[in-house]
Design a protein around this ligand. Structure first.
Ligand code: THU
Length: 137
């Protein structure tokens, strides 16, 4: 167990995130990113960054995954893996940290699995976003 996660779950999340990165639409930055979120029922929901000619309209991989989770009717992400083939490890941007916090489990940490050169590095969302502004419980 690592951060409460089974090694096979970590592997599955990383594999899904790497696969999603292959589908990134990043013709402007040429910086593909993939994310894979774990739902309480074990499903994995992926995202990739989707850029736009109007650059600020681009969406990060983590936010695409979070939006897909919400549309499924889910409100909790147990863990999320993030990968960027060109920068290892990559960490979620500030905006995505805040968006992910909206899906934080009520009673446990949200591990963020960073795809690193020497294997995964696992931090928590609270590590990345201390003293955060969260939704009222
Ligand atoms: N990007 C992500 O998708 N996630 C991150 O955590 C960091 C940045 C995207 C946004 C943009 O499409 C590209 O990477 C370069 O910033």
């Amino acid at each position: 167990m690592t951060a409460g996660l089974d090694p096979s779950t970590i592997d599955a999340l990383l594999a899904a995130a790497r696969d999603a990165a292959k589908r990134a639409y990043a013709p402007y930055s040429h910086f593909p990113v993939g994310a894979a979120a774990l739902l309480p029922d074990g499903r994995i929901v992926t995202g990739c960054n989707v850029e736009n000619a109007s650059y600020p309209l681009s969406i990060c991989a983590e936010r695409v995954a979070a939006a897909k989770v919400a549309e499924l009717g889910e409100r909790t992400i147990l863990a999320i893996a993030v990968t960027a083939p060109k920068l290892s490890p990559v960490t979620p941007c500030g905006g995505c940290r805040q968006v992910l916090n909206e899906f934080h489990p009520a009673d446990q940490a949200m591990p963020v699995i960073l795809d690193g050169p020497d294997g995964p590095e696992i931090v928590t969302l609270d590590d990345l976003l201390p003293r955060n502004f969260g939704r009222p419980d």
